[in-house]
Design a protein around this ligand. Structure first.
Ligand code: SAM
Length: 190
């Protein structure tokens, strides 16, 4: 199912998370027994499937994407994988319009995998949504290897570099940067 979802994502131009990132997300969801998860960037449902496979059977994934067509592909992936309809809540819309409508401190895990230039604003929302002990996960944190090279100063690289520093320096968070995929930034809310 993951292979098919990944293929549909490639056709739609929204690349699914790499297997190393997916495995890390599944472990995080399982370790924390994450029952309420928010995903920003449904795409064709690759990361959603990993999260759902790690979450307890009664866990609910709220997943947001601006493209209805991508979410249709994700629905197909969920159905092929036997995911019950009441385990997913798909919301079509811009993340920065949708996230403010979600409830404070009600979520165990928030995954960011959408528009990198908006990650800082997504993080503001994620920190409001997460419970104590909840985990923020952000993909592409090394941005094609450019974040570690100070000579690289394009907007996306700078946004990702600043996000890494912000998370590292926030005393409310326990941070880690996993070298999987293009870098998976993690932060647990103390
Ligand atoms: C890299 S793909 C997500 C892949 C998905 N997480 C997976 O593993 O299959 C990024 C997705 O973010 C969505 N996106 C881009 N900008 C967005 C925004 N401002 N609000 C919500 N979704 C957005 C795109 O439509 C696309 O489906």
């Amino acid at each position: 199912m993951l292979v098919r979802a990944r293929g549909r994502g490639d056709e739609l131009g929204c690349r699914g998370v790499r297997p190393g990132v997916g495995a890390a997300l599944r472990v995080l969801a399982a370790t924390g027994g994450a029952r309420s998860v928010v995903e920003v960037g449904t795409g064709a449902g690759v990361s959603s499937l990993y999260l759902l496979r790690g979450m307890p059977a009664d866990g609910v994934l709220t997943t947001i994407d601006v493209e209805a067509e991508n979410q249709r592909a994700a629905r197909e992936a969920f159905s092929e994988d036997g995911v019950r309809a009441n385990r997913t809540r798909l919301i079509t819309g811009r993340a920065l319009d949708v996230l403010p409508r979600l409830t404070d401190r009600a979520y165990d895990l928030v995954l960011l995998d959408a528009e990198p230039l908006e990650y800082d604003a997504y993080t503001d929302q994620a920190l409001r949504l997460l419970r104590r002990g909840g985990v923020l996960a952000a993909t592409d944190a090394l941005w094609r290897g450019k974040v570690a090279d100070p000579a690289q100063r394009d907007r996306t690289t700078t946004t990702m570099r600043e996000l890494g520093k912000r998370v590292r320096d926030d005393a409310r968070l326990v941070p880690a940067l996993l070298p999987v995929g293009d870098g998976l930034l993690l932060a647990v809310v103390r």
